[in-house]
Design a protein around this ligand. Sequence first.
Ligand SMILES: [Zn+2]
Ligand SMILES: [Zn+2]
Length: 155
Amino acid sequence: MSRPREGGCACGAVRYRLTSEPLFVHCCHCLSCQRQTGSAFVINLLIEADRVELLAGEPKPVDVPRDDGSKQRIYRCPTCQVAVYSEYGRPEVLFVRAGTLDEPREITPDVHIYTRSKVPWVALPDGASAFEVYYDSKKLWPPESLERVRAALGR
Ligand SMILES: [Zn+2]
Ligand SMILES: [Zn+2]
């Protein structure tokens, strides 16, 4: 990584810096993500929470119901309410929304998930890793990411 990735909300009250590359990058086509974003999919950078350095502001957690009955904690700018990251039951790993990065075009998903609900006019690139539902991280993640997440979760 030549320089740390930075990002923030729309009004600028929340700013963050990622102190390393992410563990893995998801492009999620599930209906919950479509509903939350009002878009066709969401792109999430999975990264240890202690590698997300807040430079300004304090994102406010909002528990949002998901279609499977679980809750997803989404962190929003307290002023403009833009969602910058979320967590799925494990506060040690954050899902940073790639669209809030200053340079979102630098991010390419490592995997497409929940393609069973992908809108039909979105075509995935040839050779892209894609799954109807979910996948086994032990098979897909680089060894160093598996090592990092084990350390973060204290396993
Ligand atoms: Zn804001
Ligand atoms: Zn999703």
